[in-house]
Write a protein that binds this ligand. Structure first.
Ligand code: URA
Length: 203
């Protein structure tokens, strides 16, 4: 556990001084990620918004509050998961990150996946799903499903859903998001938790 914390801290320090794309010029703080070092799952969003940029934490604005309640509907508390974004600095005006920005930031997400070794990752929206799967994703076609994913030399299950911001607007995808997170909850209940400390050594 100590090793993971040290490794994450080292990576976070790198991210806070990163100048690999132009986003460093307008950031207040880079947003590395937060949560459990032994997460029941990892959630990957797109990029920080204005409140995240000010606080240095992921999903603390309006979309974050919705995410917290969606997680609760799946039987998860935020402390049990790890939350991060594909891009660690806020794009001006909350625009979608450019391909060169997601590419520049990819090694940081790869590092987080290598360190935390999640068995299950939830992609929040098109940008996260496309980066993790390495192909264009139409979320409307693939949401609510789990698929195998290989990223950063690791294999894990990837669950696809909409970005929580899509549930904030009327006419948005709130009911699909709610249904997806209920499905995620069922999936987790069907999956035994990985014990943090095995009760007996493997035979
Ligand atoms: N949207 C994201 O994709 N990530 C955040 O951290 C906040 C809003």
């Amino acid at each position: 556990m100590g090793g993971k914390l040290e490794e994450l801290k080292r990576l976070e320090a790198e991210v806070s001084g990163c100048r690999k794309c132009g986003l460093w010029k307008s950031r207040t703080r880079a947003v590395f990620g937060s949560g459990s070092l032994q997460p029941r799952l990892m959630l990957v969003g797109e990029a920080p918004g204005s409140q995240e940029d000010r606080e240095g934490l992921p999903f603390v604005g309006a979309a974050g509050r919705l995410l917290t309640s969606l997680l609760l509907s799946a039987g998860l508390r935020r402390e049990e998961v790890y939350i991060t974004n594909v891009v660690k600095c806020r794009p001006p005006g909350n625009r979608t990150p450019l391909p060169e920005e997601t590419e520049a930031c990819r090694p940081y997400l790869e590092g987080q996946v290598r360190i935390l070794e999640p068995g299950l990752v939830v992609a929040l929206g098109r940008v996260a799903a496309s980066v993790l799967l390495g192909r264009p994703v139409v979320v409307a076609r693939e949401h609510g499903r789990r698929t195998g994913c290989r990223f950063a030399g690791r294999s894990f299950s990837l669950f696809l859903t909409y970005h929580p911001a899509a549930g904030l607007y009327s006419g948005g995808n709130r009911s699909s998001l709610e249904e997806d997170f209920r499905k995620l909850g069922r999936l987790l209940r069907a999956r035994p938790r990985t014990p943090s400390c095995p009760l007996s050594p493997p035979s």
